[in-house]
Design a binder for this molecule. Structure first.
Ligand SMILES: Cc1cc2nc3c(=O)[nH]c(=O)nc-3n(C[C@H](O)[C@H](O)[C@H](O)COP(=O)(O)OP(=O)(O)OC[C@H]3O[C@@H](n4cnc5c(N)ncnc54)[C@H](O)[C@@H]3O)c2cc1C
Length: 386
């Protein structure tokens, strides 16, 4: 678009919205007229010298107009207040986006460091309703995103680094020192599982190494598995797996569990569960088909031994992605956001999915609470208008 077109379009737009100031109207009218006049001179072909002068003049005008337009778009960016921003592009954030977009709220989803969330780390999801043959995790979340986009949800690749509530407005700091404002916010930043940090563990992620017994236990029917950890979640994962697998061995780096006595008693009463004390995983072993064993290191003697198994379940706990909200939004001792029907203690700020659910952490529960959060946010935005 050249200077004439740009200025004319702006004048028309501003007049339509009755938004223009007299100064910018006159300025734009001036540039549009001068630019049109130069075009006319070039077209009627004056002497080569005049044409050169007019071209230089037009170039200068275009430069000035480009600067005007850049300044204007920067101003628009910093003053625009979104209706609703959703943090996280996992199943919960994408579901919230479907509902918010269908309610006409034009939501903006900020994808975060892990586009698509945890479901992109898994292969087949067999327990999400509506897929009798199962569905690939990445496909499920990609479909949900597309569904949200169909109704006008916008996705932005960025990470939120800071959060502040200023009166009724929520301000988020993004990478490259960008700021963004919104009337409401849905936090769906998930909770990341703790890993051992071994390269071999990453090699077999989804091929025998799992962080979710409820999700992946079914694939180990009649097989032998290790559960790594000594807290409540290790007890829970082991007793759950014991109903499916033929043998469950809990590997713990200390000589006693941190789990509650009740959970420990339940574990010790389960016949096909045994415990290896003072052992940690030194290396995950496997081949092209997946995990077939592990090297265990004795934490007292340092001795390394091999053990055969078909799968390894890490039960080392999860870390909710809530660091940026610390001191502002109420959370429990593990850092999960405290909610009441997805509402946090801050008006206009809602939370959904794993970030506020230390108990279930499933795709369907994350999607369900995403829906709830969007409906609550919609109600909140309407209450601001009335
Ligand atoms: C290996 C594996 C297999 C699983 N299998 C199953 C299964 O078979 N069935 C099942 O029901 N569940 C399964 N789950 C659990 C399921 O994936 C989670 O319950 C679900 O993904 C949680 O969704 P969520 O949207 O709350 O969070 P997540 O999926 O964790 O998404 C969080 C999102 O927040 C974003 N984010 C984080 N920090 C920021 C920030 N600062 N700014 C902006 N964005 C941010 C991330 O980039 C990400 O997009 C599995 C999990 C794993 C790890």
């Amino acid at each position: 678009m050249d200077a004439t077109d740009y200025c004319s379009k702006k004048i028309i737009d501003d007049l339509k919205r009755s938004k223009t100031s007299l100064y910018s109207f006159v300025e734009r009218l001036f540039f549009a007229s001068v630019s049109l006049y130069c075009k006319f001179l070039i077209n009627i072909k004056c002497t080569p010298k005049t044409i050169l002068n007019e071209k230089i003049f037009m170039y200068l005008i275009s430069e000035k107009v480009n600067k005007m337009s850049e300044l204007e778009s920067n101003n628009n960016q910093s003053t625009k207040i979104e209706n609703i921003i959703i943090l996280g592009s996992g199943i919960s954030g994408c579901t919230a986006a479907i509902y918010a977009a269908r309610a006409g709220l034009n939501p903006l989803v900020i994808s975060g460091p892990e586009i698509g969330g945890q479901l992109t780390l898994t292969s087949v999801v067999e327990n999400f309703p509506g897929f009798p043959d199962g569905v690939h995790g990445p496909q499920l979340v990609e479909n949900t995103k597309k569904q949200a986009e169909r109704f006008g949800a916008r996705f932005m690749q960025n990470i939120v680094l800071s959060f502040e509530k200023k009166g009724e407005i929520i301000e988020l700091g993004l990478e490259e020192s960008k700021k963004i404002q919104s009337k409401s916010l849905i936090i769906a930043t998930g909770a990341s599982a703790r890993w051992l940090g071994l390269p071999s563990e990453h090699k077999f992620k989804g091929k025998g190494v799992s962080t979710c017994a409820t999700c992946d236990g079914f694939f180990y029917k009649g097989k032998e598995v290790l559960v790594i950890g000594g807290g409540d979640s290790a007890m829970e994962e082991a007793t759950h797996l014991a109903k499916i697998a033929s043998k469950v061995i809990v590997v713990h780096r200390r000589d006693e569990f941190k789990a509650s006595i009740a959970m420990q008693e339940k574990l010790f009463k389960t016949p096909n569960v045994s415990v290896l004390w003072n052992k940690e995983v030194h290396e995950v072993l496997g081949d092209i088909k997946g995990v077939n064993g592990a090297q265990l290191k004795d934490t007292v003697t340092g001795e390394i031994t091999d053990i055969k198994c078909d799968g390894i379940f890490l039960a080392l706990g999860h870390v909710p992605n809530t660091r940026i909200f610390k001191g502002q939004i109420n959370m429990d001792e593990l850092g999960y956001l405290k909610t009441e029907s997805t509402k946090t203690n801050i008006q206009g700020v809602f939370a959904s999915g794993d970030v506020q659910d230390r108990k279930y952490r499933q795709a369907i529960t994350a999607a369900g609470s995403g829906c709830q959060a969007a409906l609550e946010a919609e109600k909140y935005i309407h209450s601001l208008e009335n």
